[in-house]
Write a protein that binds this ligand. Structure first.
Ligand code: CMP
Length: 139
């Protein structure tokens, strides 16, 4: 199998609260991704701080941790050719105001923090994030 076939997505607590889990999963499947693994978690503060440690010096970090621990989240391993880039195109820019029409964040996100969904941004991070949630090694 060629490289970059997997990415780690998280449907965030706002996605759950807004009852959008089904709609967002439909979009992901319609875009040709296979959901290889998925689970429901409620992140602890320690887990969220660990997952987002690259952002720990950012001013938005405390609010981000509060948000990500505020309710259920749904991490999933997605499979598709060129998964990382293709998934980031599907979800759109971090800030929904800057996201392209038709992207998941443009359609459903309230703001730059409560932005419905996470997608790994690099192959290194995808590997780390997949290991974080699923303890799986994946190429
Ligand atoms: P995500 O793709 O999960 O990666 C880091 C997260 O931090 C991001 O989505 C947002 O939820 C949040 N984030 C990024 N930039 C900002 C910002 N400027 N203000 C608030 N939250 C942000």
């Amino acid at each position: 199998m060629s490289k970059n076939n997997h990415t780690l997505a998280i449907l965030k607590p706002d996605c759950y609260r807004k009852k959008l889990i089904g709609k967002v999963i439909d979009k992901i499947i319609e875009a040709g991704f296979k959901i290889q693994k998925m689970k429901m978690v409620h992140l602890t503060k320690d887990e969220a701080e660990n997952f987002y440690e690259v952002h720990k010096n950012k001013d938005f970090y405390p609010e981000l941790i509060k948000f990500m621990t505020s309710g259920p989240a749904f991490p999933m391993i997605l499979e598709k050719d060129n998964a990382i880039e293709t998934f980031r195109e599907l979800i759109g820019s971090t800030d929904p105001n800057e996201a392209d029409e038709g992207t998941i964040r443009k359609l459903y996100a309230d703001n730059v923090r409560q932005n419905i969904v996470h997608g790994s941004d690099t192959e290194t991070n995808a590997k780390r994030e997949i290991k974080f949630f699923f303890d799986s090694e994946i190429d």
